[in-house]
Design a protein around this ligand. Structure first.
Ligand SMILES: C[S@@+](CC[C@H](N)C(=O)[O-])C[C@H]1O[C@@H](n2cnc3c(N)ncnc32)[C@H](O)[C@@H]1O
Length: 371
């Protein structure tokens, strides 16, 4: 075969036997999941997701899939790591396609490698779909690149809680051009003090981003000396990423992401689930966090004996009070062995524009729509 520029596409056909796919969901904006990640999610039998995985992505799982929050947020563990691994293996051994959906990238402080090892030891096939890590993505949405020619040619990502783990070199952390701190919302002042003690200049620019890439993203800038105070004054808390280095100053010049008008608002949508998706999409596009709490359930009576009798009975007017009524009436015509010719000579009224649009879908124009 002649060489081509593009390597062959990875085989992403859904596995036919029990399998675990570790999927990086990205830092918060649901649009940042990869094509491969979305495909795995749409073919999952079981989705075990972390607290930081964007909620909107869960709607991508097939209707019958088991979707379970196994997330760990400080102080409120939904499940222990052992329990998560046991559940993941149990479902995969039962022949299920399991997606482990994780915030950011599964292999960046995500325990993805531990879960892959558990699969290996259990003989369960496991693959990984990398994701956009918050260590890069959250700053990108704040206009901060982790490298920039002439300012920074290296970056390091560190666990802020590794202060005394005997492994992490805080000296190296103090020396690198760009340092990114994850999991540092609670001990930012301590980390800053340690970096200064290791030789980093207190006036080094710094920036913290809370809920990066989401519509409620918040950004605070300062220096190594005052970033912890500024974060506390602004009331920022976890999940928070902090960057230390000259690139932090570029936020002032390159910031581009505006919080949406409904940023941070929690909105419950009470329409029936079948009818809510358009409204949910519109609200989420404006930054709202939407919980679907259907208070009504639509049950169609199309084709019932009394409705069949009604559509066949003589009438001068048919008045439709909802788009649902239109669909049920038309389905009932079919069930009664009729079609739209049965409407010949009748006049049609629609309660509003949406109902008129539903009639138009069947090629029917209402004679009356109130203003
Ligand atoms: C257990 S680590 C998981 C990191 C994840 N695997 C990744 O690649 O982004 C959790 C930490 O990631 C950071 N984080 C994750 N998502 C974030 C976001 N949208 N905004 C700010 N920080 C975030 C916070 O520092 C949080 O404490």
């Amino acid at each position: 075969m002649p060489p081509t520029d593009d390597p062959p596409t990875t085989d992403r056909r859904p596995p036919t036997t029990g399998h675990v796919t570790l999927v990086g969901a990205g830092p918060g904006d649901p649009g940042l999941i990869t094509v491969a990640g979305l495909e795995a999610l749409r073919n999952a039998d079981v989705v075990l997701h972390d607290a930081l995985a964007p909620r909107a992505l869960l709607r991508e799982a097939p209707a019958g899939a088991e979707v379970r929050n196994v997330g760990k947020r400080a102080g409120a563990h939904a499940a222990t790591q052992d329990e998560i691994e046991a559940l993941m293996l149990e479902r995969a051994r039962a022949g299920k396609r399991v997606v482990r959906l994780k915030g950011g990238d599964p292999f960046v402080f995500g325990r993805g490698s531990e879960e892959m090892r558990a699969c290996r030891e259990a003989g369960v096939p496991c693959t990984v779909v990398p994701g956009v890590t918050s260590a890069i993505g959250a700053f990108a949405y704040a206009g901060i690149p982790v490298t920039h020619r002439g300012l920074s040619s290296a970056f390091m990502v560190i666990n802020a809680r590794s202060m005394n783990d005997g492994v992490t070199s805080w000296r190296a952390a103090a020396e690198v051009d760009t340092l990114v701190l994850l999991m540092g919302a609670e001990n930012l002042a301590e980390c800053a003090g340690r970096l200064v003690a290791e030789g980093r200049a207190p006036e080094t620019p710094a920036a913290s981003v809370q809920w990066g890439t989401r519509p409620d993203q918040r950004v605070v800038t300062g220096t190594l000396a005052d970033i912890a105070d500024r974060v506390a004054e602004a009331g920022l808390s976890a999940p928070l990423v902090t960057v230390v280095g000259p690139v932090a100053e570029l936020a002032g010049e390159l910031a581009w992401f505006d919080p949406a008008p409904l940023a941070g608002r929690q909105i419950a949508v009470t329409r029936s689930r079948a009818q809510s998706s358009e409204l949910v999409d519109l609200l989420e596009a404006e930054g709202a966090f939407v919980t679907e709490t259907p208070t009504i359930e639509l049950v169609s009576r199309a084709g019932s004996a009394d409705l069949c009798e009604a559509v066949a009975a003589p009438a001068d007017w048919w008045a439709f009070s909802s788009a649902n009524g239109v669909h049920v009436a038309m389905e009932t015509l079919t069930a009664a062995g009729l079609d739209s010719r049965a409407l010949a000579g009748r006049r049609l009224a629609a309660v509003g524009e949406a109902t008129a649009a539903a009639l138009a879908g069947y090629g029917l124009r209402p004679d009356f729509v109130p203003e």
